[in-house]
Design a protein around this ligand. Structure first.
Ligand code: HEM
Length: 402
């Protein structure tokens, strides 16, 4: 028996708790996990079960929240207002319709040239120095700039918002509830400013679309706008950063794979990059879990679940399930097919930004491997103190200065 503790942030420092996940998949795939300050939850670790939960919104609801704690700060509900991530169909379907055309494969592809320019700018800033922090100076810059660009706000404001999301995602062990509330207030102030600007001066951007939008005939008001703003900044920010940060750490730990990718990107035709991105998503699984709540008494993986029980999908566990992947413990950048669930299991909430994320990740990896010659770590990374989002907060690297 392995000690099971999926709540402690210590379980996610340096690696996801793969020993625990393996034991759970093999012995208790739907496992009752105690929760010191809550009612406890079911931890779901098998690939098929994770997909089943994610796809069945009638049995497994996203309300009131997709976080494990039921505290006020973890719910996306403010009075009558709901954040899309925590809504069920049919409301969810209507909300998603408002923004979905901005995130289609075609819309994401149209942003590729701009994302490529941003990747060049980001590398330009560090290239003469020969050293930098890979997380904050490379990986973190890209998503905050891209979401700022998509929303139609200054790039520097995107960076500020991104720092606020860090405080929102850190656990109670590290960030006090007061600091978290303060970060939420600051986020609200930004949202109010953008709302006022886009109402007064519409432009061709996503914030304008939302500020003038309607869901089921009801205009989006200032509070709805804030929830959208939070969701987009939050969901699009540190997930992508963590994929690039944890992805490079995985490559540094697998020099043969790093060399394989470098060779493909620098000397080859770049054809390995798409499968490499998918494999790094599977391997790192930057979103650790999403929670659902059972809407009725039901059964999952042979286990009885009671109405109101919390059911938690562990994506990193599903992504190493040998029933779904050959040799799941092997990092293989050429892996195909690779039906990972890092963006969710394919249900209604499947990551809206998946196409855009892939473009951001590809542009940054290509730019870093092409221009930062001899890129290598100079110290061990420090890890995000969170049991929800997985990735390093610091990864010092060096390279040959240009
Ligand atoms: C590596 C990067 C990313 C990862 C691993 C990731 C992962 C996820 C996951 C696991 C979900 C929930 C899926 C479910 O419940 O079934 C999700 C939802 C979402 N993601 Fe991402 N995401 C990433 C990047 C992005 C980006 C760049 C954006 C936007 C610009 C974004 C926007 C969203 C939104 C809006 C949702 C909620 C969708 C809904 O409720 O319908 N994500 N993402």
């Amino acid at each position: 028996m392995v000690d099971i503790d999926l709540l402690s942030v210590g379980s996610y420092a340096g690696s996801q708790p793969h020993d625990q996940f393996r034991w759970l998949r093999e012995n208790a795939p739907v496992y009752w996990h105690e929760e010191p300050e809550g009612r406890g939850f079911w931890a779901v670790t098998r690939y098929d079960d994770v997909k089943q939960v994610g796809r069945d919104h009638e049995r497994f609801s996203s309300q009131p929240t997709i976080m494990i704690p039921d505290s006020d700060s973890s719910t996306g509900l403010t009075g009558d207002h709901t954040m899309m991530l925590m809504a069920d169909p049919p409301l969810h379907t209507r909300m998603r319709r408002l923004v979905s055309r901005e995130f289609t494969p075609r819309a994401a592809a149209a942003l590729a040239p701009r994302v490529g320019e941003l990747a060049t700018q980001i590398v330009d800033v560090v290239i003469d120095r020969g050293e930098c922090d890979l997380v904050s100076e490379l990986a973190g810059e890209m998503p905050s700039f891209v979401i700022a660009d998509v929303l139609g706000i200054p790039l520097d404001e995107g960076r500020e918002l991104y720092h606020l999301t860090e405080a929102l995602h850190s656990s109670d062990e590290v960030v006090s509830p007061e600091s978290r509330r303060d970060a939420a207030m600051q986020m609200f102030a930004h949202s109010q400013r953008v709302w006022a600007e886009k109402r007064a001066t519409p432009a061709d951007d996503l914030a304008t679309l939302l500020a003038h939008g309607e869901v089921a005939g009801e205009p989006v008001d200032e509070v709805d706008f804030f929830l959208w703003f939070m969701l987009l900044v939050d969901a699009g920010g540190d997930t992508t950063r963590n994929l690039v940060g944890a992805g490079f750490q995985a490559l540094f730990e697998h020099p043969d794979q790093l060399e394989r990718l470098r060779h493909d990107v620098v000397d080859g035709d770049g054809s390995l990059l798409p499968t490499a991105i998918e494999e790094l998503l599977r391997w790192t699984s930057p979103v650790i879990y999403m929670r659902r709540t059972a809407t009725r008494d039901t059964e999952l993986g042979g286990q009885s679940i009671a109405e109101g029980d919390k059911v938690v999908m562990y994506y990193g566990a599903a992504n190493r399930d040998p029933e779904a992947f050959d040799e799941p413990e092997r990092l293989d950048l050429g892996r195909a097919p690779n039906p990972h669930v890092a963006f969710g299991g394919g249900g209604p909430h499947f990551c809206l930004g998946a196409h855009l994320a892939r473009i951001e990740i590809g542009a940054l990896i290509r730019e870093m491997l092409t221009r930062l010659d001899g890129l290598e770590p100079t110290a061990e990374p420090e890890w995000m103190p969170s049991n929800f989002i997985y990735g390093p907060t610091r990864l010092p690297v060096r390279f040959t200065p240009a």
